[in-house]
Design a protein around this ligand. Structure first.
Ligand code: FES
Length: 409
């Protein structure tokens, strides 16, 4: 028979490939037969590490209480080992903890910056500073009920208000007002621990000298820092030697630091942010080098220029779906949907309470609401498909929403 010869070239490596493919299933069966009958470790090491760094809840106990000024106290918190928290989760200087409280039948959360250091978390404790406000729903609860030995429930450390060598400059200007000094205390102490390699100039605004929190400690940190930490106190209501007087201004920053070559971190009450925004306006300081700790709610939403007229003072009905249940609650126009739900005893999940963490993310089914643009950090897709953050959403008419359940319910 004549005909064309068929030339098929099989490369040696191709044969090896075919063989290993053919042996794939029998090989797997053999390995399964040989394997011990015991179950595998339920938690792979990487998941165990993730759980330690980002626990959903931490059971803590109040260990010590220290008066700082007339209306500010430091609370030292240690893990409640009996309830399963063996070690405070590690964090970055500047992060916060979100605490859960039962107040007058409602479950609410509040974030507080950690004022201690990551090194101190490793040795077994956190510290936070709490100012007592006259009409403070939660701060009064802490002052009146957190006694030594009291059990406290918190989430893991959170937030983006920390120095990162990849995005921030090595020279850092900290602008603090009132208890806004707490994350900078953590940063300053971490510099001395050699955990944070930055140069820090803190501009700390207070009304009077007696209101300065950690005054002596800050002096000592500066003295032993070898020039890495500088603290400028600015008093609004007193003129004293060795203190600046008035408000923290761009000129003051230039007098003691180099704002154009620094990352600028701001933490304090909301009016301080508006003031600093005005001071740092202009192209000279790039926005990406300004970082604000923005947890906490908007105090008076109707005072915002963008707030639509007509809704203020009204109350609306909100139908809230949660799992299989649906509950109708009442919400005032001036309160966020998160507060309205907490007031109604629904206890939705929350953490930052300022629109940045996404923990409260919910779905709007029906109705119109107001979300201030300056705190609206939602992704484009969330905006398009109707997802909202109830902590920064204010009703303008009757609504229907779907909210997630708290994981610790
Ligand atoms: S609680 Fe953080 S986005 Fe609402």
């Amino acid at each position: 028979m004549t005909g064309k010869k068929l030339h098929v070239k099989i490369k040696p490596l191709g044969i090896l490939d075919l063989l290993s493919f053919k042996n794939l299933v029998p090989g797997r069966k053999k390995r399964i037969e040989k394997a011990p009958g015991t179950s595998i470790d339920p938690l792979p090491p990487v998941n165990a590490l993730a759980g330690k760094l980002h626990p959903e809840i931490q059971h803590l106990v109040v260990d010590q209480i220290k008066d700082e000024t007339g209306d500010v106290r430091t609370y030292r918190l240690v893990p409640d080992k009996e309830k399963g928290t063996l070690q405070p989760a590690y964090f970055r200087p500047g992060q916060y903890l979100s605490f859960t409280f039962e107040v007058e039948g409602a479950t609410v959360t509040r974030p507080y910056s950690i004022s201690s250091t990551p090194g101190e978390a490793l040795s077994g404790f956190y510290e936070i500073a709490v100012k007592r406000y006259h009409d403070g729903f939660v701060s009064r609860q802490i002052w009146d009920h957190w006694t030594e030995g009291c059990a406290v429930l918190s989430g893991g450390p959170e937030g983006f208000f920390y120095h990162d060598h990849l995005r921030d400059r090595q020279n850092v200007i900290g602008i603090a007002g009132g208890t806004g000094i707490t994350p900078f205390r953590s940063m300053a102490k971490s510099i001395l621990d050699d955990d944070l390699k930055i140069n820090l100039v803190i501009f700390y605004g207070s009304n009077k000298k007696e209101e300065i929190i950690y005054h002596e400690e800050l002096k000592e940190l500066q003295a032993s820092s070898g020039g890495r930490i500088k603290i400028i106190h600015v008093l609004a209501e007193e003129k004293l030697e060795n203190f600046e007087h008035g408000y923290i201004t761009a000129d003051l920053l230039k007098k003691y630091a180099a704002p154009l070559e620094s990352s600028i971190f701001v933490c304090g009450p909301k009016p301080l942010y508006r003031h600093i925004d005005r001071e740092l306006k202009g192209p000279a300081i790039r926005r990406k080098f300004i970082r604000k700790e923005d947890f906490g709610e908007i105090e008076d939403v109707s005072s915002l220029e963008t707030y639509p007229g007509g809704a203020a003072g009204k109350a609306f009905k909100v139908l809230v779906h949660r799992g299989k249940e649906a509950v109708e609650i009442e919400a005032d126009a001036g309160e966020s949907l998160l507060v309205a739900m907490e007031r109604a005893g629904l206890c939705p999940p929350s953490s930052c309470r300022s629109g940045s963490c996404g923990v409260c993310r919910s779905l709007l089914i029906k109705g119109d609401l107001f979300i201030p643009e300056e705190v609206d950090d939602r992704r484009q897709a969330d905006k398009k498909f109707g997802y909202i953050h109830p902590c920064i959403a204010y009703p303008l008419e009757n609504l229907e929403i779907v909210v997630p359940r708290r994981k610790i319910e």
